[in-house]
Ligand binder design. Sequence first.
Ligand code: C2E
Ligand code: CA
Ligand code: CA
Length: 697
Amino acid sequence: MSCHDDLNKSEARFRTLFANMTTGMALNVLVRAADGQAEDFRLLEVNPAFVHHTGLPAEAVIGRLGSEVFAAHAPALLDLFAQVVATRQPREFEFRFEPLNRDFHVRAYVTHGDHFATIFEDITARKQAEETTRIMATVFSNSNEAILITDANNRIVAVNAAFERMTGYEADDVIGEDPKILSAGQTPPEVYRDMWAALKERGAWQGELLDRRKNGETFPKWLSISVVRDAQGQIANYIGSFVDISERKANEERVRFLAHHDALTGLPNRFSLQERLAQALGFAARNRKKLALMLIDLDNFKAINDTLGHPVGDKLLIEVAQRLKGAVRGSDIVARLGGDEFVVVLPDIELPADAAHVAEKILKAIAAPIKIDGQTLHTSPSIGICLFPEDADCGEELMKRADVAMYHAKAQGRANFQFFTDELQQATLVRLAIENDLREALEAGQFALFYQPQLDLRTGRISGVEALLRWRHPERGWVPPDVFIPVAEETGLIAELGDWVLREACAQLSRWQEAGITGLRMSVNLSAHQFLDPQLACRIAAILSENALAASQLDLEVTESMSMRSPQETVKLMETLTQLGMSLSIDDFGTGYSSMAYLKLFPIRTLKIDRSFVRDIETDPNDAQICDVTVLLAHKLGLETVAEGVETPEQLKFLLSVGCERIQGFLISPPLPADEVADFIRQHRPLDWLGTTELWN
Ligand code: C2E
Ligand code: CA
Ligand code: CA
């Protein structure tokens, strides 16, 4: 056998091997530049596995330069291959071939001279698995959820950092242990039974467990467990992840408390009162006991809150809550409905007098001075009391009727208590009926204006009329304004109604003017609501111009108590009105408490002396004196006076003697419908109606 034969044989063996290898292989040679520097490499041969793994066709590779085949990757590969050839040492490296999106493990070694072989192995799948493992490990260690992994025997094999933080145990403390050691020992055994059953059936479980930290502190955790099985379907691991839910539970507790309690005072709230009251009523009914429900409203809370600020108001409410609790027994219910409204329930009393006794105590307790932030405050309650079973038999009715009684207490001058009575109920029903009917009365055209003439004592002429509102109720007949105006005020209907009065009065004045009755001034009563409305001046200006009237023909009456409620504001409001040209009168003068200092600042024209003083001029020297002094005062302030309710010639004479400018009253004329007033004015003879002319001189 020749040497050549051997060579041929080994060559053939190598060929077979090369062709059948499952790993890709290439035979290459370095390409050198003129100066001997390796500047590229050429692929001389590749085996079928190479073609298979790289997906590159043999003809696109064999005989080609590395720079052609591997493009951007070529320089890095050349670098490595040149080193292999230079050092004659084989090298292994990993190489990611981007165009194919695959990873290869490459081994390069020299065969002879500048020739070298490269063996490729596709490791894409392994790389991916490694990447997934890396991500999982990151998730495991960085997760905010505590993670605990046990083996098939439920022994802990791994825990993460969050686990260590949450439980206080380090990995070394727990590896090899049963997770049982974490338990606070308070979870009922059936929870664990359910857990294992679910894991067996569905391979997963979620639920709440109570655990104990290493420092002994217990905490509720929300745990999810899933079962991991191996390729054979055998349980390999349990993975448990959990979060500490003590904060969430505490929040839930707080929400539940807040739902039942008033956040400010900590007293039971309206919702919780309903529940407790229902219980107490059930108890009282079964045991044939009496129960009293008191509705308590603070008299001046709004003023305190508005002037001293909400923080002070809040402290006051907290103090009142304390005092209420102090004034009753522990078994009594004290609740806050909201705002400055409280409810006290006495679930077990013998006599109504017992409730009265407690109400007295509450009145005293709350009336005592309250020190807040260094200032001493005074408040008082108005209390309405309703009894079970006499007055009402369910919680809702008790509350309603206590409310009726409470309003009565307010009307009685505050700082007192009132029991619910049937008469009160009657009055309330009437008031409710009026309220209901009032809503439709305006649209139904049931309102009318009557006009009462005013006589000017200096000229004997009718100088003006006061518009007075009348409601002709389809069933009740004429309802007096004293009855329905307060209701309209409370319901807010007064805004619309007051507007209607202004329009109607101005339209009437305009009609009279067209009919030849000139030089009359129209007086219109304003409600507090209207007076405080910043748009009032604008609206009046519009109404005047619609009716082609001069502002000086309109006089607005504002009561003394309205104007003195917040005198500084009143000055401003009055100024905007008078700047338009109309005049202002203070109505019912003498019935309120006027501050002389403010009276001087008000841009008013007239004081109307209240009819209660005029009425008793002849019989009560005091009242006569009040009229006298009022006129004096008005003159000092540069104001005119109108005396209201003049009914007798004697009253007139007295008023004349003290220098009163104008009078209004039944002596001249009652309020009349528009056409009758027109006739009255036309027929009025300045000099003959009193039968004497001296009076005018
Ligand atoms: P007021 O403004 O003091 O009106 C005078 C009231 O005294 C009128 O009662 C009038 O009818 C009555 N009166 C007039 N002369 C005499 C008299 O010689 N003797 C007696 N005993 N009474 C006399 P009226 O019309 O029932 O009005 C009652 C109150 O209703 C008014 O008191 C006023 O405060 C209010 N009011 C009437 N109309 C309106 C209105 O359009 N708007 C507003 N906001 N309030 C009105
Ligand atoms: Ca008036
Ligand atoms: Ca009046």
